[in-house]
Design a protein around this ligand. Structure first.
Ligand SMILES: CC(C)(COP(=O)(O)OP(=O)(O)OC[C@H]1O[C@@H](n2cnc3c(N)ncnc32)[C@H](O)[C@@H]1OP(=O)(O)O)[C@@H](O)C(=O)NCCC(=O)NCCS
Length: 184
């Protein structure tokens, strides 16, 4: 892989960029404090915007690392930060990146995350020379699987009782795409 890091990416409706500490209020209000958003995630809701700011400070320190990929999703229309998409695990030996994402509830159902995911996949394949992009979702959260399908990933199987999130132990559904797969 090439250590390209979190570069600014643009799509029709979105700007994907580095987080700054100044995003704390938006991030806290829009999604980090919402139990509906964190329902199938591994981290608990933030207790305050101060807690969000502390997390963003630690993220800011990591942006110097070219193997760190963590984008804020900004809606062009409103300039507000509405979610995040990141590489949650890199397996350099096989040139693979695992993606995680979340979006504020007010923006659900508009095809925003498939648009962000496709842009991130294209960047990882074409700029960072990643060969395999993989993502997992709780079997009880099929909406996230639909995002993966819409971005061009293929279903690879279900790992029974292999994951743990805020709801407890869950089956993990795996989707992936390879650099050489047809693009959508
Ligand atoms: C999952 C999430 C990222 C979806 O993002 P989004 O931008 O709203 O996605 P979309 O607009 O493409 O809408 C979801 C798609 O799932 C479909 N869908 C909704 N409920 C569904 C269900 N129960 N089963 C299957 N598909 C479903 C919708 O119909 C839509 O597909 P369509 O456009 O073909 O009709 C967003 O809801 C979210 O952030 N959720 C909370 C955090 C989370 O779960 N993250 C993923 C962890 S793996």
């Amino acid at each position: 892989m090439k250590k390209t890091g979190t570069k600014r990416l643009e799509t029709d409706r979105l700007i994907l960029r580095r987080f700054t500490v100044g995003d704390a209020e938006d991030m806290y209000r829009n999604w980090a404090s919402d139990p509906e958003v964190t329902r199938f995630l591994t981290w608990p809701c933030h207790a305050s915007a101060k807690a969000t700011a502390a997390l963003l400070e630690s993220w800011a320190e990591q942006y110097g690392d070219g193997a760190y990929f963590n984008w804020a999703i900004e809606l062009r229309e409103t300039c507000s930060v509405i979610g995040s998409i990141s590489v949650v695990r890199l397996e350099e030996a096989v040139n693979a990146a695992e993606i995680g994402y979340c979006l504020c509830r007010a923006c659900w159902g508009r095809g925003i995350m498939p648009e962000a995911l496709r842009a991130v996949m294209d960047h990882l394949f074409d700029e960072a020379d990643i060969n395999r992009v993989v993502a997992y979702h709780d079997a009880n959260n099929p909406k996230s699987g639909r995002v993966m399908q819409k971005a061009g990933m293929k279903y690879e199987g279900t790992h029974r009782q292999a994951g743990k999130n805020n709801r407890g132990i869950c089956d993990l559904v795996c989707y992936a795409a390879l650099r050489g797969d047809p693009r959508i």
